[in-house]
Design a protein. Structure first.
Lengths: 111, 113
């Protein structure tokens, strides 16, 4: 059974609006969460992370929110740009060495 | 240029024919890892290595072997490939275990007939 779930395979958003990508996890022991972005024919690239001691982390247009009680995290992109169109993977780092990834959400930002 | 390289980028092979996918990084990273990406399943960790001569199983290690004889190289070995190992494979590295910024290679598309 998947430890990390992204239930929306795709999301379409108008340029300039907010994109919200969601992720749920099963294990309350997970304490470090990451988002990666992947363009076609390339490897994933690290985007932003958050530790379980925080509930929010911002980096420019990207903000990650963590709700530990709900075992849920989300990535907000504001404002969305066409260059943000990619597949976004949520991931958790467990025990400092194991990674579990979600199945990805394909974001399409329309001009 | 700091990078993770994988070879080959594309490979079509037949069941049972041993193959090796190479991975090399030039960033002096301690931690390296292999993943496979399949539709609807995302990336799943196959093996990882905390440092030279230290390797351990990820989530889906069956049918794969790895070795870490040098810090920069982390080859993935399929001793007897089967069609269910047809997938897109990524190698990644980070400065240390637990380092969040893993750098990924460009991927190897493997088809086993």
């Amino acid at each position: 059974d998947q430890q990390v779930k992204q239930n929306s395979p795709s999301l379409s958003v108008q340029e300039g609006r907010i994109s919200i990508l969601n992720c749920d996890y099963t294990n309350s022991m997970f304490d470090y969460f990451l988002w990666y972005k992947k363009y076609p024919a390339e490897g994933p690239t690290f985007l932003i992370s958050i530790s379980s001691i925080k509930d929010k982390n911002e980096d420019g247009r990207f903000t990650v929110f963590l709700n530990k009680s709900a075992k849920h995290l989300s990535l907000h992109i504001v404002p969305s740009q066409p260059g943000d169109s990619a597949v976004y993977f949520c991931a958790v780092l467990y025990n400092f060495n194991k990674f579990y990834f979600g199945s990805g959400t394909k974001l399409n930002v329309k001009p | 240029e700091a990078q993770v390289t994988q070879n080959p980028r594309y490979l079509i092979t037949v069941t049972g024919k041993k193959l090796t996918v190479t991975c090399s990084q030039n960033m002096n990273h301690e931690y390296m890892s292999w993943y496979r990406q399949d539709p609807g399943l995302g990336l799943r960790q196959i093996y990882y290595s905390m440092n030279v001569e230290v390797t351990d199983k990820g989530d889906v290690p069956e049918g794969y072997k790895v070795s870490r004889k040098e810090k920069r190289n982390f080859p993935l070995i399929l001793e007897s490939p089967s069609p269910n190992q047809t997938s897109l494979y990524f190698c990644a590295s980070s400065l240390v275990a637990g380092g969040d910024e893993q750098f990924f290679g460009p991927g190897t598309r493997l088809t086993v007939l």
